[in-house]
Ligand binder design. Sequence first.
Ligand code: NAD
Ligand code: G3P
Length: 302
Amino acid sequence: MRIAVLGAGSWGTTLAQLATSLDHRVQLWSRTGPLALSAVLADAQVVLSCLPMRAVAGVIEQVAAAGLPPGAILVNTTKGLDATARPASQLWRSAFPDWPLVVLSGPNLAAEVRAGLPAATVVASASPEAARRIQQCFASERFRVYTSGDQLGVELGGVLKNVVAIAAGVSDALGLGANAKAALITRGLAEIIRVGTHWGAQAETFYGLSGLGDLLTTCNSALSRNYQVGFGLGEGRTLSDILAQLVGTAEGVNTASILADYARRVDLEVPITDQVCALLGGERPPQVALAALMSRRLKDES
Ligand SMILES: NC(=O)c1ccc[n+]([C@@H]2O[C@H](COP(=O)([O-])OP(=O)(O)OC[C@H]3O[C@@H](n4cnc5c(N)ncnc54)[C@H](O)[C@@H]3O)[C@@H](O)[C@H]2O)c1
Ligand SMILES: O=P(O)(O)OC[C@H](O)CO
């Protein structure tokens, strides 16, 4: 396949390397690289977006101006929300309604995939044919690729887990223990399902690789940038200090405030997100956020 990869950060370079090792012809575009976007897109059969959320709208405009080859499969890997709480694939869908669109998401820390450690992911699309083609394109002995028809659910699993991963980093920095971490991840999953199903995703998708799988990876690995942000907050550092030293993008920082604002407007309960927001905003220390979660009204688990 001829693959154009947009975004030469951690994930873009990793997927480009994986695709090259599978004998695809790969061209990697970045805003500072030597290749023109129009040349990279010219005969691409697959356009893989590995951009941070803040770059997506601007690059879509550039792709529209450069021209997207008819029939090229768009593959989104961005795990974020824009200011209006839309996930990245919805921006691609609005700009290119006639092109097949696939979301690729799962427990995929770039550094582990790059090192050739075994991993699995999900490719989801309204077009089963497009999902199958991308499955064939990226599957290897070390990278197992499943398909799904729930594109929204697969994307939201990857987007929403970032906020819980920040909370998990805080929990570990405070030394709260394995019981607390299990409670956080499990109630985090309940919060993700509440939000995801509100937006129309299927609940069962969140128990799969792109939901629970990615939640477990991101909440348990110091390789995760979102976890690193939370760990720093738990150590009492300021967000600006943490972000100044962070290598790469922690999408959960923006996702938390966008989600909390949205949830307030539609009266959706997101207690973990609310506390993560307060911590990110420096409004309260971690122990106060913890006390706020523990002293919520007693309720049924469902
Ligand atoms: N790194 C991972 O392990 C991983 C795994 C799966 C998904 N993701 C998701 O992929 C996305 C990208 O993550 P990453 O880790 O590669 O980020 P990164 O910070 O390592 O790289 C982002 C890249 O985008 C470029 N960029 C930034 N602003 C831009 C703009 N306005 N126009 C064009 N390019 C711009 C940067 O120069 C950089 O090359 C995120 O949404 C992330 O959640 C990351
Ligand atoms: O480093 P993070 O926190 O962006 O996590 C990377 C991936 O999303 C893990 O699947």
